[in-house]
Design a protein around this ligand. Sequence first.
Ligand code: SF4
Length: 177
Amino acid sequence: MASSINGNGFITTTVDELLSWGRRNALWPVTIGLACCAIEMMHAAASRFDIDRLGMIFRASPRQADVLIVAGTVVNKVAPMLKLIWDQMPEPKWCISMGGCASAGGPFPTYSTLQGVDRIIPVDVYIPGCPPTPQGLIFGLLELQRKIREKKVTRYEKAFEEFKKDLSPELLSGIGV
Ligand code: SF4
């Protein structure tokens, strides 16, 4: 945190820094795996790599999670369930596409496989590989932390307020704003 501590024990910082510090150091992924990439994801959470030490703790409920790691092949049958899980996660939330299958269908250019999870969910970080290693996933999570650190929350809120002025009241009530 960009802050300073003077001799009297005061810490000075900005709202952006404080919110970003809290968000990026408590990334809680939702517990869901779709195929072989999920084994590597589990490996990242197990004792050897232990992402708990980075404040990343898997949660069993999407309502308590803020990161969706799409680990594995997204077939068309499971896509609506995955989208439902994403919709149930509270804002702010982020999505990591782990591996070739999640990012672009991987070795399955078939009618039954979604050719990229970004067709249904906005993706923040793509991790290449088949499968990506646990180290690759951790690199992706650190990249996500970097993105969150660079985001100016207050500037975003101000821009959103400006954006809302152009929307009709019916539309705003329809999307619950
Ligand atoms: S990218 Fe490779 S390892 Fe990952 S789910 Fe697809 S086939 Fe399995």
